[in-house]
Design a protein around this ligand. Structure first.
Ligand code: AKG
Ligand code: FE2
Length: 313
């Protein structure tokens, strides 16, 4: 049987006026992809290839640098947000190293001093992801049958977005998991993979590999959008398997909500269509905190973790 392929859409029409038929076709493809996988790929997204190549090169070099150099970028012990470099403990139920970056200019950000362009390139990548994130937000509103500004109007605070550079070390005989099975907390996530496969999405109980496609960015729905749409869009379960014999690098940009936002299904998906809300209201940062606690308590079984079902009615 052929391996299912995550649909790819060309976003060009969304950068120009008109082209309504083309836009409608894209909206249909995204809707289909979201209901089947919760993932879709985008091309002609406007994020320059030179920039993504450069950022990937710098990220790989950073993770390959000596441990002492990386440890200089560790978050400060009492930082509210763990921006900077961290490594999953070993042994652990997952295994990766990562560098968390908050919006450019944040006081918490910690970048390596060398090479000197590291900060500038990552800040530019952040800004570009933010820009395409705003386009995707508008497109998703349309996919949901809403006026294009509805999601933006619900949350226009972009200070909770963050970018992670990730590095998964090669698999060992015993350990293959890079990131264990999870659903993202975000509204949606934009992922840039290098050429090494490893990301998988769960569909009908089976794991499907999301093969890297040069020049494409991946988008997946997150828990916040699942709740806002009262399950019309579902946040997919995914994981990362570590490759054999080499490392895998990726970037994930979490297009979030303000932590102070109360999240519950929007009236367009409940009252206005006579549907009962499937979730009770919750404070977004409370959910973020609970998900962080899963990690720090090293919950090893998915069924013991707090997930978005915690708020289900
Ligand atoms: O590394 C990847 O491809 C995806 C990472 C991911 O799922 C996450 O950080 O939430
Ligand atoms: Fe994820």
């Amino acid at each position: 049987m052929a391996i299912p392929k995550i649909p790819t859409v060309d976003l060009t029409p969304f950068f120009i006026e008109g082209y309504e038929d083309e836009k409608r076709k894209i909206v249909d493809s995204i809707n289909k992809a979201c209901s089947e996988y919760g993932f879709f790929q985008i091309v002609n997204h406007g994020v320059p290839l030179d920039l993504t190549n450069e950022a990937m090169k710098l990220s790989k070099a950073f993770f390959e640098s000596p441990t002492e150099a990386k440890l200089k970028c560790c978050p400060l012990p009492n930082a509210l947000v763990p921006a900077g470099y961290s490594k999953k403990p070993n042994p652990s139920y997952e295994f990766n190293e990562y560098l968390i970056m908050l919006p450019p200019g944040s006081d918490f950000n910690i970048f390596p001093e060398n090479p000197p362009e590291f900060r500038e390139v990552m800040e530019e990548l952040f800004s570009q992801f933010l820009k395409i994130g705003m386009v995707v937000e508008r497109v998703l509103s349309e996919c949901l049958g809403l006026p294009p500004h509805v999601l933006k109007d619900f949350n226009d605070d972009r200070s909770w977005d963050f970018l992670i550079a990730l590095c998964y070390l090669p698999a060992t005989e015993k350990e293959r998991i890079g990131a264990s099975s999870h659903k993202d907390v975000s509204c949606f996530t934009i992922v840039l993979q290098d050429e090494v496969a490893g990301l998988e999405v769960q569909k009908d109980g089976k794991w499907i590999l999301i093969a890297p496609q040069p020049g494409a960015l991946l988008v997946n729905i997150g828990d916040a959008l699942q709740v806002l749409t009262n399950d019309k869009f579902k946040s997919p379960t995914h994981r990362v398997m570590r490759p054999n014999g080499r490392s895998r690098n990726s970037f994930a940009f979490f297009y979030s909500l303000s932590g102070d936002k109360w999240v519950e299904p929007l009236p367009q998906f409940t009252k206005e269509i006579a549907e009962k809300p499937k979730y009770r209201p919750f404070l977004y940062k409370e959910y973020i905190q609970k998900r962080k606690e899963n990690k720090s308590k090293h919950v090893t079984r998915l069924e013991d973790e707090i997930t978005i079902s915690h708020y289900a009615i």
